[in-house]
Design a protein around this ligand. Sequence first.
Ligand code: ZN
Length: 479
Amino acid sequence: MDKNPTISFDFLHIMSANLSKYWTPVNFFYYSFFASNLIHLWDIYLHYRQHKVYNQKHKVPVELAQYVDEDNFSKARIYNLDKSNFGFIRDLFGLIQKNVFLWIYMPARMWYLSTNLTLELLGREHEIVSTMLFFFLQSALSTVLDLPFSIYSNFVIEERHGFNKYTMRFFIWDMIKKFLVFQPIVAGLVGGATYIVIRFEDQFFLYLWLFSITMTFILMVIYPSVIAPLFDKYTPLEEGSLRTRIQKLASDIHFPLKNIFVVDGSKRSGHSNAYFFGVFKSKQIVLYDTLFEREEEKPQPESTDDSDDKDKLIKEDLSNKEQKKKSGCTEKEIVAIICHELGHWNHSHIYKNLFISLVNMFFIFMIASIFYKDRVIFEAFGFRGEKMPCFIGLLLVIENIFLIYFEVFNFFMSIISRKFEFQADDFAKNLNFRSELINALVKLNKDNLSFPVYDWLYSALLHSHPPILDRITALKKID
Ligand SMILES: [Zn+2]
């Protein structure tokens, strides 16, 4: 009778002993190496599929003929081909860099550098300070490594297609400012999180999760009102018919509108956008100045950066003359775009997304809390010695164990996001903005040189917005 339990116990014991035989630093290292390369190559493959579409589609497909003209189609094709070629080089560099960092044990090297710096600064060991330094060094390094790509992308590719509005001086100042503003925020978050992991040990996941929720809400409140204005000028939309129309729409659907701002996005880029922000009963709508209809009179760069701009102004002037066409949206179309945005509000899309992310985060923290002190993982990444940095261990676990999970999760999130876009379009349609929204989508597509044809797999996995033709078809459908 009592033989069965013994057998099953032996079986489990043998199985776990057999499995733990494979749980070694070398094996974990190779798992990480193969999994991250596999994902990176898969991503390159998806971009390659879309790249082929840019290469092969020279003519506007029949179903799009009434929305896109040949001239714009070919401009968009060349722009996206340009971006895609550059994307391959950037991806390839990212792949090489990732592998080099893995093989030279970069995280461990960075950690020992941080602990040595802490010793010199404080005269003693301090895990929280060292972890903050670790993140500072890491972000400084990645900013420097990314700089040439960022410069090339803005000043060669975007510039070539008339989108770049940066001057070199403004670009560098913008970057320094970003670094100075975000580093203290990151340091605070990392410091707080490290403290929690040290203080609550194996139970940390619950407290770290609560900390993440609190910080998310605090940042949601202070970002638009305190941080974003450090970078851009938010001017209240002047009194007039557009303002009245937006206010009427807001009051019709009981949207708690507090203010409408126009942001000077045109000092960075010609791309256009609109969004709303704010919590609870005080919401604000933001419109990019690039959204407004204009006779291709491109706005002047910031007056503070005047010295090295002469060349640029002359160039801009030439490109203006080449394509003196109207761009931007009419008042009615802008209201239709806002109505789409308010559709997101009406369906609580932000809170739904937030809820999914928070549940997901809880699940990840909980599983990671089982492994975060596992020496096998630390040793796989070159950490030696007695004391292991617990928050960095936690991130190594999350980054590596969940590699494939994140890919799948992102895929589901993009499906949800596309569903939300249709819902928001539907909301605008039901408020009689059908034709204005279609016109606005066509114009935004044209002004931003979006290429309207997609490879199905690329689109299914990576697109947060449905292809324009699908949106128009859905808008035209009569319920
Ligand atoms: Zn949307």
